[in-house]
Design a binder for this molecule. Structure first.
Ligand code: ZN
Length: 330
């Protein structure tokens, strides 16, 4: 196998909408679809193979058949490194923070979470929370949570389609209502909630807050937003580099006709279609449309993607750029 289509798991958190089902081809029975986990091997949900001879296996089982599909960057680690989601926030998400690896492994038994958001679509007046306006002491932070004034201290940022937010572990953040994003992150579901707008969960009770842990792990200095991400023109496509960190490297590709990718042995690749439709040709030819996800094994020499489309390509670990993955046409 070189390329397989993936089917996601869905989460119906209370703040979710219906756009993933209505606009992103996500067939599911849930009334609300807050998240679809597009690339996932996590105990709280995993992707399923949806094409080829291994159709029906979980992604985890598929990897167990031949671990080399992950690539050399994964060979020493036992756990799958990434989690990629589509998130449809019809309502505000809670204000939250994630611990770093050291803290999370010690306290929660799983990695911490550094994440990145790519804004696929948003309402005109949408905004989100990205760190603090000014530096606070830990005591001030704890006090503002306690007396309900935290929102006065957070950095509210207006959001536009195509914006990128890099959220290192320890950064206070919240997705605002009317935002649909792709989230690329470490394979972790550990979240410490500090403020939930006084809402109650499906059981009628306020959702749990994790104030003590949050104060411990939060970096209370403001974080600077990166202004520009470089766009590169290549044969038949252009692509914009998104964040490249020690955990993941991503780019968003705009294809006008066709692009041929060569995924070297360093890492597998995941592609998530966010616009248009395409055919993906490797061992077999697969149809892709907006919302679809594909896993590409490390070492896949040729993947031809033809059609008018946009997709986010992500690989494990740090990668300088993606130029050498794009084959030049003869
Ligand atoms: Zn988060």
């Amino acid at each position: 196998m070189s390329v397989v289509k993936l089917a996601p798991v869905f989460k119906d958190y209370l703040w979710g909408g219906t756009r993933l089902r209505d606009e992103f081809n996500k067939k599911c029975e849930l009334e609300k679809v807050a998240e679809s986990w597009e690339l996932a091997c996590h105990k709280q949900g995993g992707s399923t193979v949806a094409s080829g001879i291994n159709k029906g296996l979980s992604l985890e089982e598929l990897i167990r058949l031949d671990k080399s599909v992950l690539g050399t960057s994964c060979s020493e680690s036992d756990t799958f490194p990434l989690l990629i989601k589509l998130i449809d926030a019809k309502d505000d998400l809670s204000v939250q923070v994630h611990p770093d690896d050291e803290y999370a492994l010690k306290v929660e038994g799983e990695p911490g979470k550094t994440e990145m958001w790519y804004v696929i679509d948003c309402d005109d007046d949408a905004s989100l929370i990205y760190g603090f306006k000014d530096e606070l002491s830990k005591e001030q932070f704890a006090q503002m949570i306690e007396n309900g004034s935290l929102l006065d201290a957070v950095n509210k940022v207006k959001v536009h389609k195509g914006d990128v937010f890099f959220i290192p572990s320890g950064t206070l953040h919240a997705i605002g209502k009317g935002i649909l994003i792709a989230e690329i992150q470490e394979n972790s579901n550990t979240t410490y909630r500090v403020y939930d707008y006084g809402r109650v969960g499906a059981d009628g009770k306020p959702r749990e807050l994790h104030i003590e842990k949050a104060v411990e792990v939060t970096d209370t200095k403001p974080i600077k937003l990166r202004e520009r991400y470089e766009t590169i023109k290549a044969d038949g496509c252009s692509f914009r580099l998104l964040e490249h960190c020690g955990y993941f490297s991503s780019a968003v590709f705009d294809v006008s006709q066709e692009v041929e990718l060569c995924i070297d042995k360093r890492s597998f690749a995941h592609i998530l279609f966010i616009e248009g439709s395409a055919k993906i040709a490797s061992d077999e030819v697969l149809d892709a449309q907006k919302g679809d996800s594909f896993f590409i094994a490390a070492g896949t020499q040729s993947v031809r993607i033809s059609g008018r489309c946009s997709f986010i390509l992500t690989r494990n670990g740090f990668e300088e750029g993606f130029d050498r993955l794009v084959k030049e046409k003869p």
